[in-house]
Design a protein around this ligand. Sequence first.
Ligand code: MG
Length: 378
Amino acid sequence: MNIHESASAPTATVAREAALLASYAQHSADSAGRHYPEPPHRYRGPYQRDRDRILHCAAFRRLSHKTQVFTGEMGDYHRTRLTHTLEVASIARTIARALRLNEDLIEALALAHDIGHAPFGHSGEEVLDECLRDHGGFTHNAQALRVFEVLESRYPDFPGLNLTSEVLEGQRERTHKAAGDVAGRAPLLEVQVLDAADSIAYDAHDADDALELGLLCLDELLELAMWRESRDRVVARYRTLTDRQLRRAIVHEVIDWQVGDILAVADRELARCGVVNVADVRRAGRIIRPSTELSDKKLGLEQFLFDRVYRHSDVLAKRCVAQHALREMFAALLKTPDHLPDKFRRVAQRDSLPRAVADYLAGMTDRFALQEHDRLAR
Ligand code: MG
């Protein structure tokens, strides 16, 4: 790759990436840039700036008080949306470094990926989607784009965060991932890694949290091939472990096994498809994915978590309270839009009142939502 002055990256970043990254990584020099053109920063590359912009935005800080699966009332051991995000970033960086991908881009994508979540996790998302049924619906992935392009305003020169095209596109690709990749155009490897890291993180930590909360016991998880085989490897390494040490060692093993498997598949697929550059990545389909063997075991774990954890009566009870509060607040704010902060009244004029109400509710932390429910709907 030629080292050249890029319109979007400082020379030092371009040189550093040329020396360290693989040719199929997304290099800063090849960024399609930002919607509002900006001169390159003196020493930070474009994806470093994106990461910093996301880290400093209000929506990111609010992740610390948003539910991942378990609410704050259930204890303080389990993951919040923020610590989930940091675990995803850590796993994604590990995979990215091993494959010599762009870690700055990966970190920006990871910090961004769940920023559109409503309070109370997927329960909140379902309510807002139902409230916006006739107004385009609601998903956390699409909401993240609204946060970045419309709702955050921190810079005098442009609305939103003016993130690079690659970060926005990566997030946009997540919005239609459920429907499959756009034919003939796979996401960048950095985006594919983020998807894999997200899934590795939540499968491992949701099981760990459920054990700590007493919603499951270890023996139940050991009925699953993924946990049983991980336990066998841990026990072969350590003779005597307390129950807690064993549980944590299994969680680490479950993560490490999946990361190793992803890397082995990626090495094989990159060679098999002759991937040399980003254009090849786009043509090659999903390179970052688990092997068939692990994929089946992972499905077994996910089905188990769905049935036994996400549908556990304690989780469902909290979910009912949260959904009721959001529904009532949505109706109250539609009836009396004067209770919306000025910023969201402007959004109502720009888009629509239901969308503005959903934007306001989606930005709330769990705690603030319950406080506001007391104020607005009682
Ligand atoms: Mg996530």
